[in-house]
Ligand binder design. Structure first.
Ligand SMILES: Nc1ncnc2c1ncn2[C@@H]1O[C@H](COP(=O)(O)OP(=O)(O)OP(=O)(O)O)[C@@H](O)[C@H]1O
Ligand SMILES: [Mg+2]
Length: 262
């Protein structure tokens, strides 16, 4: 199995707060990998770092075998890949839109759909990198087939949708760009168990049938581990455990700390 995403020893700080400390992990092509951890562990920060919404201060991130972010020993960003036409020096890592253009889509925590737009307009926003109108129209129809509730509500303002429907819309919006790697930040957050189950079934189909590799972050460890091939456990910005998800589900430390067993 080849590594689609390879994160090597990255750190991220917010001022004096070290949110990630030399985190290493990888996601193989075709896998569903989860990252679990308590409130404030650094899970969202890691996803933001992958798509360059937060700058790394140490380490490197490779995607499809190519560096997309790297800090050298002197703490400066390195240049690579695309010709650099931007300002000199520090801005040479790939930008968020360039990373999206390579096939990485993030569904952010709290969904962040555009409440005043219709369902259809939200899907159009997800296709901002797609130039072909016919392809956009076809992708939208695919999304309406895959999430029938979105088809039924296509002309409705997004604010009228339930939380579960908004999460489905956020996922559909991310799929509009036909990503190869889908990053999901707490897809189950605030939703009822049956709705969470629906959403994870969709995630499985996206992975299995559309061959989209999935990296998902969850506070709900039980759901995340049952839905994934492998998992990482993060505490205070550090990876403390990694294993196949079936093993993590049996792990005593994981059971005590994250699965509510005593
Ligand atoms: N924009 C920011 N400015 C300052 N500190 C931040 C910022 N975003 C996050 N932090 C801090 O960084 C740490 C990691 O936060 P992060 O949001 O990555 O955690 P998380 O694991 O996603 O938590 P949750 O499960 O609550 O979503 C926390 O201590 C948080 O308070
Ligand atoms: Mg978070």
């Amino acid at each position: 199995m080849s590594k689609l995403l390879d994160i090597d020893s990255i750190s991220v700080s917010y001022g004096s707060i070290k949110a990630l400390r030399e985190v290493s992990l990888h996601v193989n092509e075709g896998e569903i990998v989860c990252l679990i951890g308590a409130n404030g562990a650094g899970k969202s920060t890691l996803l933001k770092a992958i798509v360059a919404l937060e700058p790394i201060t140490h380490g490197s991130i490779a995607y499809q075998g190519q560096m997309i972010a790297q800090i050298d020993e002197n703490g400066a960003k390195k240049k690579f890949g695309v010709p650099i036409r931007r300002s000199k020096g520090l801005s040479s890592n790939l930008r968020t839109d360039e990373i999206a253009g390579r096939g990485v889509a993030l569904v952010p925590e709290g969904r962040r759909v555009f409440a005043d737009m219709t369902v259809e307009e939200n899907l159009d926003m997800g296709a901002f990198l797609v130039r072909d109108d016919e392809l956009i129209a076809r992708k939208k129809e695919e999304m309406y087939d895959f999430f029938p509730i979105l088809g039924a509500r296509r002309k409705q303002k997004t604010r009228s949708l339930s939380g579960g429907e908004q999460q489905m819309l956020a996922i559909a919006r991310a799929l509009m760009s036909s990503p190869r790697l889908l990053l999901l930040d707490e897809p189950g957050l605030g939703l009822a168990p049956l709705i969470i189950q629906d959403i994870f079934e969709k995630i499985h189909i996206i992975n299995r049938e559309d061959k989209v590799t999935v990296f998902l972050v969850e506070q709900n460890a039980s759901i995340a581990l049952k839905a994934s091939n492998r998992g990482y456990v993060m505490e205070n910005g550090v990876i403390v455990l990694s294993d196949f998800s079936t093993n993590l589900l049996e792990n005593e430390k994981v059971r005590a700390a994250y699965l509510g067993d005593s």
